[in-house]
Design a protein around this ligand. Sequence first.
Ligand code: COS
Length: 386
Amino acid sequence: MEYFFNEEQLMIRELAKKIADEKIAPIAIKYDEEGIFPGDIVEILAASDLCGVYISEEYGGLGGGILEMALVVEQLSRACGGIALSFAGTGLGAFPIILFGNDTQKKKYLPDIASGKKLAAFGLTEANAGSDAAGIQTTAVSDGDSYVLNGTKQWITNGGEADVYTIIACTNRAKGARGFSAFIVEKGTPGFTFGKKENKMGIRASCTRELVFDNCRIPAGNILSREGMGFIVAMKTLDRTRPGVAAQALGIAQGAFEHALKYSRERVQFGQAISSFQAIQHMLADMAIQIEASRCMIYQTCRHIDGGAKNISKEAAMCKVLASDTAMKVTTDAVQIMGGYGYMKEYPVEKMMRDAKITQIYEGTNQIQRNVIALELIKELSGKGV
Ligand code: COS
C-alpha cells in the first residue's frame, strides 16, 4: 500500500532496509545464538545518520518524530528484532529527555544520542513492579544539591551498554503515583553497577541487565521536570514508544512472512509447489491481511502523535496489541508453513517466533494495554455525559 511518505521518510526507510538486508540479515542467526551485542551495527546506523531520526535538528537529530523512529525499527526488525532493539531501546531511554528535559539537559545528552556516540536506556521495571509500575521500591533521597539513589531495576534493555539512563524512583512514598520522580543517571557514576546479562528466549542480540543503585549520588540538576512527575514522565514516554514496539513486531512479522512466502514457492510436495495448495494460500492471505492492518494502524497512530494529538494512550496501546498479537500469529504460522525446516535453527523463522513473544510482554503486557484501552473508552463516554 502507498503510504505517501515524504522524500526524507522514504530515504530513511530505504537506508534502514539496506542496512537490514546487507548488514543485519547475514549475522542475525549468529548474534542470536551467541548473544552478541550489535555494537558494529550501531556504528553503521550512526554513520548513516539514523540514530537521531526522532531527535530535533536543534539537538543534532534529523528532526523527525515517532513515525521516522517506527520506519527504522520496522526495517531493522525485518532482519532481526533483537538487533533493532539497541536502536529502539535507546529511543525509550531518550524520550523522557526529549519530552521533559530542560534545555541544559537536552544540550548535554541528546546530541551524543543523535550521533550514535551514546546509547540510552529506561529504568522503570523492578522485581516486584512490572505491570504495577507504581509498585517501584527504588528511592531517591534529596541531600543538599544531590539525590542519593538506592534500589535495583530489572530487565533493562541496553543495560550495561548504554551511557545514559533515565530512572524512575520514589521521592515521596506517601504521595502514591505522585511520589515518583525521573532522573538522568550516567554510566560510571559511583554506586551505579550492573547485574549479569540475562539469558533470554528471544531478542538475544539485545542486552538485558539489572541496574543496581547503592548510595548512588547524582546532581540534583539531573531530575527531569520536577519532583512528583516521575510516573507521568514514564506514562507519557510509554505512550510514545509503544508504537515503536508495534513497529518492531510488524518488522518481525513481515520478515517471517517473506521467508514463508518464498519457501512456499520453492518447496515441492505431491509434485507441486506448496503455494498451490489452498490450505497454504489461505494462511499466507491471513498473514498479509494482519500485517497490512497493523502497518496502517501504526503509521496512522504515529502521524496522530507527531501531529500533536492530545489523547494518544488508547491508540498507542491499540497498535501495540494489534501488531504484537499479529507478530506472534504470523511467525507461528511461518514456522508451520516451513514445517520441519521452519523449526530448525538454520532457518530464521524459529528465531522470529521467539523474538515475537516479547512484543506481547514488554512496555506493558497486552493485558495492561487492553486495560488502558478500556479505561480510555469509558473515560470518553463519561466525557460525553453518557
Ligand atoms: N499520560 C499521562 N498521565 C497518566 C497516564 C498517561 N498515559 N497514565 C496514567 N497517568 C496519570 C493518571 O492520570 C494519574 O494521575 P493523578 O495522580 O493526577 O490522578 C496517575 O498517572 C496514576 O495513574 P493510574 O491511577 O491510572 O495508575 P495505576 O497505578 O493504576 O497504573 C497502569 C496504570 C496500569 C496503566 C500503569 O501502571 C502501566 O502502564 N503499567 C505498565 C507498565 C509498563 O509498561 N511496564 C513496562 C516497563 S517499560 S519496558
